[in-house]
Ligand binder design. Sequence first.
Ligand code: ADP
Length: 518
Amino acid sequence: MKTKPKIFISFLSGIGLGSLWGKWKVLRYRIHALRPKNTFLYALVNASEDAIVNINVDGLITGWNNSAFHMFGYSEQEAMGNPVTLIIPKNKMEEHQDIIRKIRLGEKIENYETERRSRNGSILNFSIRVIPLRNKKGEIIGFSEILHDLQYKNEAQEKQAILAAIVSSSDDAIISKNLDGIIMSWNHAAEKMFGFSEKEAIGQSISIIIPSDKVDEEREIIDTIKKGEKMEHIETTRKSKGGEILHLSITISPIKNNNGVIIGASKVARDITVRIEAEKQRVLFTQRLQELNMQKDEFMAMASHELKTPLTVILANLQLLEMMVEEESKIQFVKKALNQSHKLAQLVTNLLDVSKMQKGMVQVEYTYFDFLQLMEDTLGNLLPAYIEHTLLFHADKSKSYRIWADREKIEQVVVNLLTNAIKYTPPTNRIDIFLNRTDTDLFFKVSDEGVGIPEKDLSNIFLRFFRVSGTAASFSGSGIGLYISSEIIKAHNGKIWAESELGKGADFYFSIPLGNNN
Ligand code: ADP
């Protein structure tokens, strides 16, 4: 062996003659460590989870396996030939001498709990077995110490206990089965969910909880598990002992042994019956709500239609009466009746419009008209009725406001925005109306100093029947004017929007394309 002389040379050069004999003994064991080993035995000793340390009669280490290296931090090269006191804490020296004495007398030491010291000085707990080593003549030439790490054992036991407690207290059913589908474990929640006790379930085929229509699914699950794949949150059904079908969300993972071989599957199942039922109820409820909503729309359309004819007759007769009655004291009553009938007729017209819009039946009758003219006509009609407010109209009259749109419908939008501005603004305050255009679009804006709209409601005011809760109590209205206006503007491929702050007035805008001819 090439290494022998090298070690010998270094030994001679580094050490004085006085201690020659002692050092030769150390060297002998270092050389021994380099000798070829019985390969099989060596592999076996090295594969052990326990530390195995051989010691000769002089107390020097003659064997040191892998686990000893991991536990104590000394490599085999470092440990071999050193006194075993290397790993014995001072307070355990006497105890150790005692053990050696007993071994020399031929006694065996079994599962003796003691301490050893690692390279970094930490004290480790072991259960040790000490076996005497004899030569062919039967003389004791040393002993083998097998050290079982108690800390590792305790930690592993603790971990196992924690896991067992988690599994047992889980609200989800946790089941494990082998690759033949035989149930290997069954927790409390599984007992509660499926009605089989742990005793009844273990050893049985998993098919006891598989409904007949899910047999293929279970086969697929086993195939997937065999490939080492996990299946997460599969919504499926299983059956209980009493035959009840349970809706479950299950996650299945492969179980591997220490060598990484798949030996079975764990299944975590959560009962989602309540959720599935709630979902069913929700769908039914939504359907019912939609039906009722449709019925309501139909009733509204029918009622408005039926109201329109008698209202037209009432209005016509009241107008005749207005012309016929001459006495001033009586004509007041007729005027009041006429005024309210007009309001009612407007409401009915609006409701009919809403019904049509709900059915997507906004018909736009396009004509060319002058928007400036429309504004002058509308303001001319409104101003005499609202003399308490100051309505100011701003437009560059040198520009053309000819537009391709439905005059009647656009007038409806303008009237709506103006009457809202008047309604939601205290008398004497001013209302500004702006008209502008670009090359392609016409812009309209009404700006008031009224009650304003809270920011959170701005996106809702164009919805059907929406009214701002704070202002609704103080102002009469039906919450359909802005809905109709936005549908009309949308039908013209335009945009309508509002800007406001509560108590600081409101700005309403719309823009619509001018059309081809501009
Ligand atoms: P109505 O005025 O009949 O309630 P609208 O559809 O025209 O219905 O308006 C919807 C809601 O928007 C109103 O109830 C009101 O709360 C708010 N609103 C509309 N215009 C204004 C405005 N100029 N100032 C303040 N709030 C407004």
